[in-house]
Design a protein around this ligand. Structure first.
Ligand code: NDP
Length: 340
């Protein structure tokens, strides 16, 4: 069983040397006594920014389970059931949920897995993203947390990524004016030409983010879908309209810092009566079937575009994961582990 192991707690930007791909022996049967567990063959693994937060056990005030290195990495993935002690799952079923970064995993608590009703017009890898955790994040983050209205001005950061590309398209379908930001010209072209954003700019080429935002939103921003934090948040705060909403999904610019950057313009929350709300995707998993009923037909009707970046093989996993923090990925970063 080939496995990606996190060797040590991480400081600063993660490096490939923080990981190692090792081989352990595995009996391809559920262990004796694992009455409810399932044995899965992992097919696709999802690279997600939150995984970096779990790699540094310094933030003891975060109520989350950190990795305890040396440890096989875990995260979201798609797999095929080889053996099941759970009556709801049988051999051959496809599932998505938390699994190991390895070829085969025993999942002791399959209640947390989502069974995939696999149809052949939608790739299975989509359940690592648009039909999985990131899709649910974008859908409820936008429709519920942002409380959007037709015609509003929407700004999305990390806009070409897994979550951002979907948020922008949901906002467009509601008749909003949508601008995204990303870190390369290739991503800007993607936002404008494939993902239907009204406009987009490269934040790395702007010396003054405040005036860039004024250029793209002369009347101000109603909704900011926050994926990056730091300087971008500060610049957005002084460009928000009255009663604007900021949905705080994540702050990737802060995950590798030992000390988070200060945000200076918080008083604008008061002056402009802005509602700032953080949210966690888990809060919406009980509404997964509602999400699927809404989003799957859009994919099938090709009304929703989706960009994936596929790395091949477990050995490519560490580089793919750390690439998120330098913007190496174009779209949702996935690792293909094995053929179906
Ligand atoms: P992406 O697919 O967008 O990948 C990360 C992207 O972030 C990179 O490609 C890069 O793009 C950008 N980025 C990296 N470092 C920086 C930086 N210092 N400043 C600005 N941009 C940077 O990731 P996801 O769509 O999966 O995640 C987006 C956000 O959503 C993250 O903050 C994540 O933690 C959060 N999230 C929150 C969830 C929740 O439940 N609240 C659930 C899922 C995700 P570029 O080239 O544009 O710089």
């Amino acid at each position: 069983n080939r496995q990606v192991v996190l060797k040590n707690s991480v400081t600063g930007f993660p490096k490939e040397s923080d990981f190692e791909v090792t081989t352990s022996t595995i009996c391809l049967k559920l262990p004796e006594g694992s009455k409810k567990g399932v044995l899965v063959k992992n097919l696709y693994l999802s690279c997600d920014p939150y995984m970096r937060v779990l790699m540094t056990n310094a933030h003891l005030y975060f109520p989350i389970d950190f990795y305890t290195p040396p440890q096989v990495l875990y995260g979201y993935g798609v797999g095929r059931v080889l053996e099941s002690g759970d009556p709801k799952l049988k051999e051959g079923d496809f599932v998505w949920g938390i699994t190991g970064w390895e070829e085969y995993s025993v999942i002791e608590d399959p209640q947390k897995l989502f069974k995939i009703n696999h149809r052949h017009d939608v790739p299975l890898s989509y359940y690592t993203g648009i039909l999985g955790m990131t899709g649910v994040t974008a859908y409820f983050g936008f429709y519920e947390v942002c409380c959007p209205k037709e015609g509003e001005y929407v700004f999305v950061s990390a806009a070409s990524g897994a979550v951002g590309q979907l948020v922008g398209q949901f906002a467009k379908s509601l008749g909003c004016y949508v601008v995204g930001t990303a870190g390369t010209q290739q991503k800007i072209d993607l936002l404008k030409n494939k993902l239907g954003f009204d406009d987009a700019f490269n934040y790395k080429e702007e010396s003054d983010l405040n005036s860039a935002l004024k250029r793209y939103f002369p009347k101000g921003i109603d909704i900011y879908f926050e994926n990056v934090g730091g300087k971008m948040l500060d610049a957005v705060l002084v460009n928000m309209r009255e009663h604007g909403r900021i949905a705080v999904c994540g702050m990737i610019s802060q995950y590798n810092l030992e000390k988070p950057e200060g945000v200076h313009n918080l008083l604008n929350i008061v002056l402009q009566r802005i509602r700032v709300q953080g949210f966690e995707v888990f809060d919406y998993y009980h509404r997964y079937s509602e999400f699927l009923d809404a989003v799957l037909p859009l994919i099938q009707a090709r009304k929703l575009a989706y960009v994936e970046d596929m790395a091949e093989g477990l050995d490519a996993g560490p580089a793919a994961l750390i690439g998120l923090f330098s913007g190496h990925n174009v779209g949702k970063q996935v690792v293909a582990v094995a053929p179906q």
